[in-house]
Design a protein around this ligand. Structure first.
Ligand SMILES: [Ca+2]
Ligand SMILES: [Ca+2]
Length: 103
């Protein structure tokens, strides 16, 4: 739940948000459970870029930068366009980092 609150704050404010999906905050490995992160775009046209590798994922292009650490391949990151004609570039996301989808 803490992760969800952090996420909501990330799309409403202008402060970078780090979401740690590890079992222990500050540790460097995953928690072996499925974590689902949803990032909401704005109602306007957004240009979003997702990059990452080795458990670290970054989504830029919105009011704030969303950083995810300790991600596992079974975790998911869903980007919701939320209206407008959005451009999403995930070519910088290494395969097996996190399950990324666009909704
Ligand atoms: Ca996980
Ligand atoms: Ca949008």
């Amino acid at each position: 739940m803490l992760e969800s609150r952090a996420h909501v704050r990330s799309v409403r404010g202008a402060v970078d948000t780090v979401t740690d999906l590890g079992a222990v905050i500050g540790a460097t490995d995953g928690d072996n459970t499925v974590d689902e992160i949803t990032v909401l775009g704005t109602a306007a046209d957004d240009a979003v870029s997702v990059t990452g590798a080795a458990g670290a994922v970054q989504l830029v292009g919105l009011a704030s930068i969303v950083d995810i650490v300790d991600a596992e391949p079974t975790d998911t990151l869903t980007y919701v366009a939320n209206g407008g004609t959005d451009a999403v570039d995930s070519t910088g996301l290494a395969p097996g980092t996190i399950g990324f989808s666009i909704s």
